[in-house]
Unconditional design. Sequence first.
Length: 438
Amino acid sequence: MIPAESTEMTSGNGADRSVCVIGLGYVGLPIAVRAVERGYSVSGVDLDERKISLINEGKSPIEDKTLSEELPKFPFEATADPTVISNADIILICVPTPVDDLYNPDLGPVRGAVSMIAKHARKGSLVVLESTVNPGVSEEVISPMLTEAGFSVGTDIHLAHCPERINPGDAKWSVKNIPRVVGSTSAEGLDRAVAFYGSIVDGEIRPMKSIREAEAVKIVENSFRDINIAFVNELAKSFDQLGIDVKDVIQGAATKPFSFMPHFPSCGVGGHCIPVDPYYLIERAKQSGFDHRFLKLAREINNSMPSYTVELLQDTLNELEKPLKGTRIGVLGLAYKPNIDDLRESPAEDVIHELRRHGAVVTTFDPHVPRLSDVSSLDELLDRSDALVLATAHKEFLDEITPQRLADAGITAFVDGQNAFDRDAMRAAGIAYKGIGR
Ligand SMILES: NC(=O)c1ccc[n+]([C@@H]2O[C@H](COP(=O)([O-])OP(=O)(O)OC[C@H]3O[C@@H](n4cnc5c(N)ncnc54)[C@H](O)[C@@H]3O)[C@@H](O)[C@H]2O)c1
């Protein structure tokens, strides 16, 4: 095995030596850095001038310990100039695939990246889509755009898909070791993509029979998560009525050593993947006459959790004979998951919106997102709050919040949207505590 610190060319087939990454975010930046580490000549294209400047100064635009350490060691040139694409043997598309306000897939960024490639790629290059898309995008959207630009796809340009599975903030699994699947429209494209990822990842690279299968893999993974989370969110609502602690029950069920995988309820599902990707499949299947009822229901349940969380707070305050309207509510956390600064699709935003809609006086604090926080410390938040909602279980909150500290600060009600605190200890301190389903 090649040592991780090796900077020798490790390309699988030896011919592909230069890489251009389009889109330098959570997905594109780590693979660009890894490709430099593995000896490739790398350039990066993005539209965001701030990101480009930071990357060229060796600073990660994303809060990520590994990237902050590795970017200065394995630098590459980032630019807004798409002509660098013409120097690349391999072009990786790592741009966002969001949905619009009506949950319709927005392929605008993918089309934008492909337009650049169509103009600037040289013959013989391999284009790999890493962004998450529904089955069909490579063949129905990307391939026709390249054909229209005069390329013969599968002959003088190759097209592959290798969906990224990176989990930002995960210390164990990274671009270096997460196994990958690859599909292509041509045998040569598949061979070259498998060889490239084999030189990047210390893990299995699984060739798929078609590019559509590779596209479907990623959507299935994230839809699986969404459905399982929806199931436990529904259980949480049911067990709230039945007086059963859903967290205890799931932990009990998880003692079964086979055929059960624990998922836990919360105030909502966030991030650029799980609450977005299922809509790509729902929409594409609809065009082919299939109605994904199960996926739609899962999305509906998970989307309902922020307002359910606010209902729980309202009920808890009612028991204390306090209205939500006019009460000072502190929201702990803005990011969509712990210990990172990513706000995309964060349920905290919907919780805050619902609270304000009900007339609550909201103050927010997230130590990872100081620029959008109303206050700059936990003490300040507690000073300005009568009740709390935990939206993100950041380590700082888990370390610094104790039942006694909340009681001393005069907090009377606490809705724990991540079931992160000890319910009994909170109640023993005189705080009206409510978890999601417990
Ligand atoms: N974030 C994750 O955890 C994750 C994990 C696996 C897969 N994905 C998928 O990877 C893709 C990228 O996600 P991300 O989280 O890296 O997004 P991101 O927003 O962090 O980064 C995307 C970058 O692309 C740039 N960009 C947009 N349009 C462009 C264009 N036309 N040309 C050049 N640059 C352009 C943006 O400025 C941004 O810097 C998405 O399809 C996402 O679903 C994300």
